[in-house]
Design a protein around this ligand. Structure first.
Ligand SMILES: Nc1ncnc2c1ncn2[C@@H]1O[C@H](COP(=O)(O)OP(=O)(O)OP(=O)(O)O)[C@@H](O)[C@H]1O
Length: 451
């Protein structure tokens, strides 16, 4: 078979579109695939100048500089399609006589890629909304709380160790979760460890895990510790102020070396977690008294966040009540509102147990309330008593006769002036005795009807 005789049939049988142009940009050939894929019959194109049909076609660059283009992307305006092309110069006897382009229509792929991009943007937006949701829970009208949330949002993206300070029930764990959800580690685990409830004897096996047969009764195959479970994620060390000095030293070593060993194991396991600590104790004071190690304090106290107690964020009560009642209405299938009087009782109460106490009180009230609104009788006694005690507080002025401090001052002043006048021979002497100006003296005589 003489290949040269069959060249045209070969070109016609290709599935890729082929375009050949002469050096002056005249289209000399398009194959069948070109006509079919791009919807252009050969007799409409052949003989025309490509520079007129598609002035920006990349094939012109090849004609200009004689260099081939491989897997070259371009958009064909005249056809509204995206293509990948291999474009080669045609050289005969060392002379450039034209160029050939073999093209693949990638419009469909392009449309899919477009769609994928749209979905990606959409899912990123949804993800952001989800991550913001937990921060939304921490919305506040109170500057100190807003400041705490602002810092948390700012450092969430980083790897910085965070130390959360606040009384029990203020929402330290909610903060820690919000930070984790807004961090690049959000797809990995958030592991919370309560240091107060971890017995000293179990500290190592719980945190570091253990190897098979490392101690009597240990599980077959060993067990991963919490540090390994948190791998790539966030480790929340709650109530860190409760750790004994002995365990503080153990924890410090792991944080310093960023390595640990399973109990009974020899291989070091790298620690890849972001640390968030929390306490309701004053670690500074504990450090001064030697109850908390300085080195551990400084390792944890990188970004301190102070969460205010509920009594210092009373303007947030309506928001918190709204969120909590929303959850409770789903849990109990009841939609209950607060009467103004109940709300005032809540406002006057100090909430020593903070948001946790508020949640518990509302849940107890919801569980037993037969109505669609709370009345003062639904409020627990301890909160009502505080209000009643406040109402009954004795408001009688301290000074006898009920005239209060201003009245008492005036009465003393008047008595002193009368006494000064009685013992002095002249008014000038009385003024001197009283140690006031002549003008003030006469003003006071007039005021007390002594003129
Ligand atoms: N902003 C909030 N909105 C709704 N519920 C909240 C909010 N903050 C905290 N809570 C709820 O209050 C309770 C206590 O929160 P959390 O456990 O985070 O407090 P904590 O400061 O970590 O307490 P502790 O010091 O006792 O560990 C939880 O049930 C939590 O869901």
């Amino acid at each position: 078979m003489k290949l040269a005789n069959h060249l045209l049939s070969i070109l016609e049988s290709l599935h890729d579109a082929v375009l050949v142009i002469a050096r002056d940009s005249t289209i000399v050939y398009i194959n069948n695939a070109y006509s079919v894929q791009f919807g252009v019959p050969a007799d409409k194109l052949i003989g025309r100048k490509l520079s007129k049909v598609e002035p920006k076609a990349r094939i012109h660059d090849v004609l200009k500089n004689g260099q081939p283009l491989i897997n070259d992307y371009s958009y064909l305006h005249s056809l509204n399609i995206h293509v990948f092309a291999n474009i080669t110069p045609l050289i005969e006897n060392g002379e450039l006589i034209g160029a050939v382009a073999i093209m693949k229509d990638i419009s469909e792929f392009y449309a899919l890629q477009d769609e994928l991009e749209r979905y990606k943007t959409y899912s990123t937006r949804l993800e952001e909304q989800l991550h913001n949701k937990i921060f939304e829970m921490l919305e506040s009208h109170v500057p100190v709380m807003r400041q705490a949330v602002h810092i948390a949002r700012q450092v969430a993206e980083s790897e910085a160790t965070i130390m959360l300070y606040g009384e029990t029930g203020v929402g330290k764990e909610v903060f820690a979760r919000a930070i984790h959800e807004a961090s690049p580690r959000r797809d990995r685990e958030f592991v919370a460890i309560n240091m107060a409830s971890l017995p000293e004897s179990l500290f190592e096996s719980e945190l570091f895990g253990f190897e098979d047969g490392s101690f009597t009764g240990s599980r077959k195959g060993g067990k991963k510790g919490l540090l390994e479970l948190a791998e790539g994620g966030t480790l929340f060390l709650d109530e860190i102020g409760e750790l004994s000095l002995f365990l503080q030293a153990k924890l410090l070593r792991v944080l310093q070396e960023r390595l640990f060993r399973r109990v009974g194991g020899t291989n070091p396991v790298p620690l890849n977690v972001r640390i968030i600590g929390a306490t309701n104790r004053n670690l500074n004071k504990m450090m001064e008294t030697g109850a908390f190690r300085n080195d551990l304090y400084y390792r944890l106290h990188v970004v301190p966040i102070h969460i205010p107690p509920l009594r210092e964020r009373k303007p947030d009560l309506p928001l918190l009540i709204h969120t909590i009642m929303g959850d409770l209405s789903m849990k109990y299938g009841k939609h209950i509102t607060l009467t103004q009087e109940v709300y005032e009782m809540f406002e006057q109460y100090d909430w020593p147990g903070n948001v946790r106490e508020l949640g518990n009180v509302l849940e107890r009230m919801t569980a037993i309330c037969p109505r669609s609104y709370f009345v003062p009788d639904d409020v627990p006694e301890s909160i009502r008593q505080e209000r009643e005690a406040e109402k009954m507080e004795d408001t009688t002025p301290i000074y006898e006769g009920g005239i209060g401090l201003p009245g008492a001052i005036e009465q003393t002043e008047k008595e002193m002036i009368i006494e000064a006048l009685r013992v002095s021979r002249t008014k000038t002497a009385a003024i001197e005795r009283l140690g006031i100006s002549r003008k003030a003296f006469y003003q006071k005589l007039k005021k007390y009807g002594l003129l």
